[in-house]
Design a protein around this ligand. Structure first.
Ligand SMILES: [Fe+2]
Length: 504
């Protein structure tokens, strides 16, 4: 039976109500090519995900996908199961919000469609709301430009012992295929419509190391700019001269939908119209709360000058999200308040000497709001804030002060900006230090800087948070050794970075 006959046949059969249960006849091979994932862990629940995406494409029919969650890898003790229709309107993605699980437990899950069974994923629920966990270990990562290199970092991340992975943005890059890159993007240009964003996401998930990292832990994801368009701000594209407002809004809708379809997110994040709920919160007993930010969807356009950056009307989060953050930080009841954030909070001068230049896409461009939030950090109402940041394609461990130009102002928190999985490719370490070491000498709030590729593992206990910078030797080979290059300690009750230990 050719695919065309199958598709039209299926449509005809679906018209008869008794025959609707088309139990996935002759589906193409390789349905689970993009792997499995889980995410957004709650004390008794976690979202499990897959997408039926065979290389030859999916017929335009609904396909029942069966799922199972077990406490053992061999599925002898299945504790939850069910079936869900994978439909073309969501690119045959399946998101199951599995409920009724035990808090703080390890589970295994898999899917079945027709005769095909998915790889097995492993996941973990969050500890009980009232729990008093002694320890929480997770990793954060960002910026995985497929064209910049291989995901050698994920091969190691998948082997770590983690409760979850926080991904801080730039999951895909929207750049056009570059035939001279290490690996080349699919398609013929930048993605603009839904089919193109779907193809871009699918290409990223064909990477075996990325799939392994998804299958190993639940992920808590947020986006930054490249999931849509470089440096977009709310309804404003990077290049308003080239994209009309209507065209960019349509592009954003397409990008959001493809993002949801490929991420293990709860139904509450399903895009509605132009919007998608990405800022959200996860609690790990009374030990830690992770506040996940969205600094793209509601932000003011980037200011053009440093003076314009002082406009008090500028916002990175929008007023509603700011209130949500301020109240959530105050009321979390957790020992540690972790922010899953995109662009750098700490002032980041790019010029040595008395002159200063800033990237105004960062919080350096939104200085009044930053000051307001840093004052809140220092108000005595926020327990141990640590900002975890992506975007920079470098590591920057920083003390957060209320005024970075005035070293007499108090340190109110810590920020760890954690490099990139691939973006930037293999770096010129010496050139980086030639540029930035002199600026570091004038920037006492910078405690450690580096420009190599990798990720950060955070080990949180009741007395301190120990963050380990894990670096790979190269992303220009599929496999490369990993090493711990530096460790940053934040102590309970003492804002900022207490100590930096760099490997010699
Ligand atoms: Fe990036």
């Amino acid at each position: 039976m050719s695919r065309r006959t199958f598709v039209s046949g299926a449509t005809a059969i679906a018209a008869g109500p008794m025959l609707i249960r088309l139990d996935a006849p002759r589906l193409p091979d390789g349905l689970f090519r993009l792997g499995v994932a889980s995410g957004d862990p709650l004390p008794g629940a976690v979202v499990i995900w897959t997408r039926l995406a065979p290389e030859t494409g999916m017929p335009d029919v609904a396909v029942p996908v069966h799922w199972e969650v077990a406490t053992d890898e061999r599925f002898r003790r299945v504790v939850a199961s069910g079936a869900k229709q994978a439909t073309a309107d969501l690119a045959h993605s399946v998101h199951v919000d599995v409920r009724g699980l035990r808090p703080g437990h390890l589970y295994y899950y898999r899917f079945k469609a027709g005769a095909q069974i998915s790889p097995v994923g492993r996941t973990r629920t969050a500890p009980a709301e009232t729990g008093r966990p002694q320890n929480l270990r997770f990793a954060f990562a960002s910026c995985q430009d497929y064209q910049a290199g291989f995901y050698s970092a994920y091969a190691h991340l998948a082997e770590e012992d983690l409760a979850f992975v926080a991904f801080l943005g730039d999951y895909i890059y929207e750049s056009a295929p570059n035939p001279n890159a290490r690996r080349t993007h699919e398609g013929t240009g930048e993605p603009l419509d839904l089919a193109q964003y779907r193809n871009r996401h699918a290409q990223y998930k064909t990477d075996p190391h990325l799939r392994a990292a998804h299958a190993a832990f639940p992920w808590i994801v947020t986006f930054d700019d490249h999931e849509v368009d470089n440096n977009w701000a709310d309804e404003i594209p990077q290049d308003p001269d080239l994209q009309t407002p209507a065209a960019f809004r349509a592009r954003r809708v397409a990008a959001f939908q493809a993002y949801y379809e490929h991420m293990p997110m709860r139904r509450s994040s399903l895009p509605r119209g132009l919007d998608m709920q990405v800022y959200r919160r996860f609690r790990f007993g009374d030990l830690a709360t992770m506040h996940v930010l969205d600094t793209r969807q509601y932000r003011s356009d980037q200011p053009a000058t440093r003076e314009a950056a002082l406009d008090p009307a500028l916002t990175m989060t929008g007023p509603e999200q700011e209130r949500w953050l301020v109240n959530g930080l105050r009321n979390s009841g957790s020992r540690w308040n972790l922010l899953a954030n995109q662009v750098m909070w700490a002032q980041n001068d790019r010029t040595a000497g008395p002159a200063q230049t800033f990237d105004l896409d960062n919080w350096d461009g939104y200085r009044v709001q930053r000051r307001r939030l840093l004052d809140h950090f220092g108000s005595g109402q926020v327990a141990n804030p640590i900002v975890l940041t992506g975007d920079r394609h470098c590591t920057w461990a920083c003390d957060l002060r209320t005024d970075f130009d005035d070293p007499s102002t108090p340190v109110v928190g810590a920020e760890i900006t954690g490099t990139s999985i691939t973006s930037g490719g293999d770096p010129d370490v010496a050139a980086f230090h030639r540029t930035y070491d002199p600026i570091m000498a004038e920037s006492p709030h910078w405690r450690y800087i580096d420009n190599q590729r990798g990720y950060v593992v955070c080990d949180v206990d009741r007395s301190r948070t120990l963050s380990s910078l894990r670096l790979v030797d190269t992303v220009w080979a599929e496999v490369a050794p990993v090493r711990t290059a530096a460790e940053f300690v934040v102590e309970n009750g003492r804002p900022g970075i207490a100590s930096v230990t760099a490997a010699s």
